[in-house]
Write a protein that binds this ligand. Sequence first.
Ligand code: ADP
Length: 359
Amino acid sequence: MNELEILVVDDSESIRQFMREILRQLNTRITEATDGIEAFKLIANNVYDLIFMDIAMPGKSGFDVIERVRNKLGYKYTPIIVMTGLDQPNLIKKAFDIGASDYITKPLSEIEFISRLKTRLENRRLNRALNDANRAKSEFISRLAHELKTPLNAIAGFAEIIELEPTNTEKVLKSCKIIKDASTHQESLINEVTNLANIEAGIIDIKLADVDFSKIIRDVFNLTEPMANKSNVKLNLPRLNEVKFTLKTDAKRLKQILINLITNAIKYNKPGGKVDFVIDQLKPEYLKVSIKDTGNGIDRKDIEKIFEPFNRLGAEKTKIEGTGIGLPITKKIIEIMGGELKVESKVGEGSIFCFTLPL
Ligand code: ADP
């Protein structure tokens, strides 16, 4: 396995030398920076498994660097351990508040340093192993998906050819339709499993850009309204004037989330029912989006199950089309985008799926 990469940021040569010696013994690669500006540049351009950073340095302080790493670069999970003096509890609290992962106090004790380090490195190694395994799984599934689709295309293609025969009986035409529907269903299953495996392996591109939210709402409405009309369900749009409309988000992913929740709210509704799509701006930096339906609702004991891949809670025995993977994917994408998905439901009355979205 590759060596772990560690960044040490301290203006004191003696501290860096102390850490250098210990880190080398632990089979890690070490990069050193002497101030905050150099550290920030290194972090912006390289991937580190662990960062040790002095809090009080000349020029840019450690606080400044942590704040920028977490907020400007969006690196939420890079472990940053700050080094402070023993008599500085306020600094430690402040460091945690802005996103430090842990602290050690100076003067550094070799035993304390090594034991804290060992647990962190072990976690990091396990994490990497898990990521590698997820990537291997995702590659395998992509290849498998390709192999499964080739015969499937032949099956659907031949059903279409047979369908064109002028001498076909009703029975043959009906069988062709069953073959074609089953092929389409299987193709969506294959696509969604690949999608889910990619997301689990962290292969998902989130592109943040300034997005006009009213345009997204309009697009989503245009795509879902025909289905609502067909199911005799009224789709109510959000009141647009209540929300600030330029968001920094990923337009494609946000649409994917909304379409999934709204189509579910339509599919699992009743004829004559409605879907309310409501947006609240909780704080300047948070938005809450709720999709409320008047369907049959979900039993409390089943709520967790709807996020299990392929669990359709019995909907597979009905005419309602689906794969059972939409919600697990939607939940993961929301979490990757820094939000949270919650469900409230009452059997017989309906459900509310709501998610937060950091702006
Ligand atoms: P599917 O492709 O089956 O719609 P999802 O992953 O989107 O898959 O949802 C999983 C299951 O959760 C559905 O099969 C359905 O049983 C249940 N479900 C999802 N949304 C709703 C809803 N709005 N009302 C009632 N049940 C729902």
